[in-house]
Write a protein that binds this ligand. Sequence first.
Ligand code: HEM
Length: 358
Amino acid sequence: MTKRIRRWFTLLVTAFMLTFALSAIASEESSQNINNERLGESVIQGEMAGFAGADYWRAVKNGQEGTTTSKSPEHGVLISVPGQTWYILKEKWMSPLGALAIFGSLAMVALAYVTIGPLKLSKPKTGRKIKRWSRMDRALHWSMAFTFLTLAFSGLTLVYGKHFIKPIVPSEIWGWVIYAAKQYHNYIGPIFAILLFTVLIKWWRKSVFNKVDMQWFMKLGGMVGKHKGKHPSAGFSNGGEKAIFWLLIWFGLFIAVSGFVLDFPMFGQTRRDMELSNLVHMFSALILICGFVFHIYIGLFGMEAALDGMITGEVDETWAKEHHDLWYDDVKDLPENQPGYDEKLDAESKGKASQDNV
Ligand code: HEM
């Protein structure tokens, strides 16, 4: 073999060995890649089975706690099992029974209007006026009435709107209605609590029950049965008015406290606290709404001349004598209840003003 041939042979063997070595490395790498891919797939599959598989969701549904960066109580729990009880109590029981109670109350006052009719004064009005509610009292009453009624309507929209409003309006309008109801309810709610406290401070003294009220109840307020039209004795407020006052104070207090818990959920309230507050809030509101259906009926349609006092501040002497005889006896001789008192006061203040101008 010549020198030249030997050189060619060595070159060929080296090239062959190099090719063999490189292909061995490449095949090693590709099998490594395949292994890696397989590993990746199995990891994903493992994760899917672990995190989003049936077992995982079963655990979530059973209220199992996971991990989260949030430190707030219960944030690791996606589905709270006792929350289902709250949902059933609210949606399946309280909501339909509440609707029944409200429609029932409206039906009862309609029936009372048709069968009993408005309580008329038994004697003609004398024209003499007796002072009953101050300007401050009336402002307080109408502010409370406005706040309560608008909160009642927005609250009822939140609970029943999806049944009564949503099906009959376009979805954009429904979105706005429910948003406005929620915002109004959240922001005006605390004003109700302030007014409630003011009502308590201002009117509690004349709302303390006494023996006379018991007799008023025994005679059913002189509204129905054998005592109808007989006007049992009463002081400034009769038994029925005192009852509605304390109903407002107690259930109003439950509404206010539970409302604050719902309105400001940043004091570590748990889901259980929120659910309980929601049920107490809704139950108390439904009781008050039904109670005030009767109050509003009496004020607007059920009793002749009852509204005068809350509008002008004064009532006719006949109304005062018939509905609040003990109070009438107490106040009839006061100077401000004598005929011409206001005119005299006006003349005096005009005279004083003209003297000051001289
Ligand atoms: C259109 C709605 C309403 C009307 C027409 C109305 C009418 C009246 C009238 C006429 C009185 C005076 C009764 C009297 O002189 O003896 C009165 C008293 C009162 N109203 Fe209303 N009211 C309405 C809504 C409300 C609402 C929504 C509330 C509270 C949530 C409320 C709370 C009270 C209270 C606490 C009293 C005083 C009861 C007492 O201690 O004598 N009213 N209302």
